[in-house]
Write a protein that binds this ligand. Structure first.
Ligand code: CA
Length: 242
């Protein structure tokens, strides 16, 4: 039997740390607790955890600096859990290499869902062969035939809409900043044209969402960017509405 995944929790507030340990342990994860930034750097090097949950407000070193330092060699998922909820804080953390960002106060259900998504994404990107198909809920993208379907219905996309959807799908569950999406889909000269991106997202939603005003797949991270829902989230949705 293989070892359960090791999650390193970096958090200086003991009650939150305890809560995270109990929540994660109940799901079968092993938990390594660290209370400061220097400890986080040395423990991530010595224990090579499978995932890191990182608070930004630490007593010695800022969490962003911890992230920048460990990203030099640490490639597994890092989820930020912070009281800082401003857009520029999120963008800074995502650009420094965070996989996801949760603002305190958080729900344990949401945190555990993000952890599952991060593990799945890490498993996908770690595989040698790139997948020929991406599935999120009823949405299916056949990367070989360049065919997009929702359930049994084929969705017809323009080449740019398709490129945008594939980029989001290959990072399903992760927040992608406006700048990252614009750079990837349109190139560096369009990097700041957020309005341009908004138009394409609206068009894409009209084609893939049953109710574009309350999207289930293509989610807005206000002021930061967009995220294609992870499989867990759309599963939870369909259960809830069934
Ligand atoms: Ca703190």
């Amino acid at each position: 039997m293989r070892n359960e995944p090791l999650v390193m929790v970096v958090e200086d507030e003991k009650p939150i740390r305890n809560f995270l340990r109990v929540s994660l342990s109940s799901q079968g994860y092993r938990v390594l607790e660290v209370a400061d930034g220097r400890g986080a750097v040395s423990m991530s090097a010595s224990h090579m955890p499978d995932l890191v949950i990182l608070d930004l407000g630490l007593p010695d070193v800022d969490g962003i600096d911890v992230l920048r330092e460990i990203r030099g060699w640490y490639t597994a998922p890092v989820i930020i859990l912070s009281a800082r909820g401003k857009d520029h804080d999120k963008i800074e953390a995502l650009d420094a290499g965070a996989d996801d960002y949760l603002t305190k106060p958080f729900s344990v259900g949401e945190l555990l869902a993000r952890v599952r998504v991060a593990f799945r994404h890490a498993a996908l990107s770690g595989s040698v062969e790139s997948p020929s198909e991406v599935r999120v809920g009823a949405l299916r993208i056949d990367l070989v035939r360049r065919k997009v379907t929702i359930g049994r219905a084929e969705v017809h996309l323009t080449p740019t809409e398709y490129k945008l959807l594939v980029y989001l799908a290959q990072h399903a569950g992760r927040v992608l900043t406006h700048g990252a999406i614009l750079r990837h889909v349109w190139g560096p000269t369009r990097e700041n044209e957020t309005q341009y991106l908004r138009v394409f997202v609206a068009n894409l939603r009209r084609k893939i969402e049953s109710d574009p005003a309350t999207p289930r797949y293509l989610l807005t991270e206000l002021g930061v960017g967009y995220r294609l829902a992870g499989d867990d989230e759309t599963e939870a949705d369909s259960r809830g509405s069934a």
